[in-house]
Design a binder for this molecule. Sequence first.
Ligand code: SAH
Length: 275
Amino acid sequence: MRHVPAKHAIKPVKSLGQNFLTDGTIARKIVELLEIEELDTIVEIGPGEGALTKLLLEYPAEIQAIEFDRRAVEFLNSTYPKVQYPKFSLFSGDVRKFPLLEFSQEVIDRTKHRPKVIGNIPYNITSDILFQLFECAEKLNRAVITMQREVAERIVAKPRTKDYGILTLASLFASKPKIALLIPPESFYPKPKVDSAAVVFDFTEPMISTEQFYKVMPLVRSGFGQRRKMLSNSIKSMISQKNDIQQDIIDGYFSKRAEELTPNDFLKLNSALGR
Ligand code: SAH
């Protein structure tokens, strides 16, 4: 039996980024992007009134939801009681405090499958959430995240465009990202002021390891910290006195600006810097 939540069981709070998905067709499309298989474990960020949760529960997968709003936690616990929904667990708290890496490792040890992540998330903490996922990339299979369309476009931006930047590089290093679905404001209550998009991040063939990710991102951040300046200025502090630096390669990049460098260029420059 499918559960239909009472209309607006929770009064939406702006500070928690609460825009509840009301379009059932879109909800189903988003869930299908997760390509759920048996033995999958799904982490849902910010389930709210359960627009996605109720569809996820139609699958045989384990679900670990993470919700900050106590009212939503209470609502979900009473709608999906443990006795009837033994595969549904709810962590009450801030997703940024959830030990995703340890959780994922435990899932892999137990099921031999990496978890999948889904969320129509609070847009004000999109960046925090994405970096939390990127840092767990080696332990995740994929993520389907609904975010503000502008942010989605930054993720898939090309070099030499104004959207190209830290988020683009981080996404490409950790995953294969793709805008899979555009979602109009009318699909939510209340209507957000912006368009939305569901982005799929495939973590199964990352460009670099998490270890390399931690090494190259400081260079990317410095480069784009002053994106109008030549790299010789913006990354001055990253030049070490080590003798394993490759000066000729560094010189080749120094008259360029960060937005002119491809992901591969950043990797080459980083290793030329001996980092
Ligand atoms: N996924 C639901 C709700 C989207 S609104 C839907 O599609 O309808 C965003 C949800 O994230 C809300 O339920 C909000 O309470 C929750 N949320 C906000 N900040 C959070 C945080 N720091 N950690 C976890 N959940 C959070």
